[in-house]
Design a binder for this molecule. Structure first.
Ligand code: HPA
Length: 272
């Protein structure tokens, strides 16, 4: 079946279960579930029940679409995302973004846990993503282009909406949340980086590095959605002594910063 037809089937399945069309889509990163707690939840659809949806395999990822209201705005949350390192191909892992677009989502908000390379960052900082570098080995738009989904050669001069970036900085200042901003580098994982790799990623222009986000953002831009994204810095790659990192520490640091991230995203949605 063609991607376009799969999207249509999945969208029809979901539309039959929700009362309100979502305007905003949110992808929750590892350990960043607290936004789901503050949402006025209406409908919960586990991934395994949705036709054509992949099923997530990583600890700390619930695996459901949650529909409801955030700041009074109809929103769909992806609680649990799909990563390239799990073995999905790019079309599979970005399929939910296609479906969000088809459901009526205009603005996509993406969160992730990331390692910091910028030496002014500390663990627990929020970094608003202003740009990215794509180091994934496969591109989500590789292959025949379906013009119904987007143009063959999408412009990427402003992947992250600059009005949303500016608004988020203002909201953070009003809320007394210290935010950083910078460039996110996306690569496949699942190994964390070697000390030399963190240094190299910093030299080529990265402030933070992670294993997600870039494929979803590319597909969202292909589909013409506005994008806002934020990283929680869960570990620091550049230091005098190499620092060991575990997934558990990443989840713990993300969990501690999650309420701040949720407040920022909620504040931003209120303003849309
Ligand atoms: N590198 C890659 N991905 C990550 C990191 C990291 O240091 N921290 C959280 N996700």
């Amino acid at each position: 079946m063609e991607l376009f037809d799969k999207i249509a089937e999945t969208t029809a399945f979901i539309s039959g279960r929700i009362a309100h069309q979502p305007k905003v889509g949110v992808i929750l990163g590892s350990g960043l579930g607290s936004l789901a707690e503050i949402m006025e939840k209406e409908v919960f659809i586990p991934y395994h029940s949705i036709p054509h949806f992949p099923v997530s395999t990583v600890e700390g990822h619930a695996g459901a679409l949650i529909f409801g209201k955030l700041s009074g705005v109809d929103t769909v949350l992806m609680a649990g995302r799909f990563h390239y390192y799990e073995g999905y191909d790019m079309a599979e892992l970005t399929f939910p973004v296609r479906v969000m677009k088809a459901l009526g989502v205009e603005t996509l908000m993406v969160s992730n846990a990331a390692g910091g390379m910028n030496t002014s960052f500390k663990i627990g900082d929020l970094m608003i993503i202003t740009d990215h570098i794509n180091l994934f080995p496969e591109h989500p738009l590789r292959g025949r282009n379906d013009e119904r989904l987007g143009t063959r050669f999408p412009d990427m001069s402003e992947p992250y909406d600059k009005h949303l970036v500016a608004a988020a900085k203002n909201i953070a200042a009003e809320m007394g949340i210290d935010v950083k901003s910078g460039v996110y580098i996306g690569l496949q994982g699942p190994t964390f980086e070697t000390p030399a790799e963190y240094r190299w990623l910093h030299v080529i222009g990265g402030d933070a590095v992670g294993m997600s986000t870039v494929p979803e953002v590319i597909v969202a831009r292909h589909g013409g959605m506005r994008v806002f994204a934020v990283s929680v810095i869960t570990d620091l790659g550049i230091s005098d002594e190499p620092i060991k990192i575990t997934h558990e520490e990443v989840l713990e640091a993300a969990g501690e910063a999650a309420p701040k991230m949720a407040a920022l995203v909620q504040g931003l949605i209120k303003m849309l």
